[in-house]
Design a protein around this ligand. Structure first.
Ligand code: ZN
Length: 87
């Protein structure tokens, strides 16, 4: 179980966590996974695009999110957020 630092939810990551002796980057283990799925296995353990955005750059009014917190822009799935306007 992982606890999301943004929404405080306990959840099970969608990808199998890397084994302790596997030193490869997560990107290399799961090159075709969605960024949020890999993010779930990173140190912070953010659970979704929505939590990632809120944690990293505050609420992104240009995006919408589905019930699983996946990011959309104008109805199109958006796996990677653009840098926020203030950056
Ligand atoms: Zn979360």
């Amino acid at each position: 179980m992982t606890r999301c630092p943004q929404c405080k939810r306990n959840y099970t990551p969608e990808l199998k966590p890397r084994s302790r002796d596997d030193r490869r980057p997560i990107q290399e283990i799961y090159p075709d996974a969605e960024p949020y799925q890999r993010e779930q296995l990173n140190l912070l353990g953010l659970c979704s695009d929505k939590c990632f955005d809120e944690y990293i750059s505050g609420s992104r009014t240009e995006y919408t999110y589905d019930e699983r917190g996946r990011r959309f822009e104008n109805g199109v799935r958006k796996p990677v957020a653009d840098p926020p306007a203030w950056m």
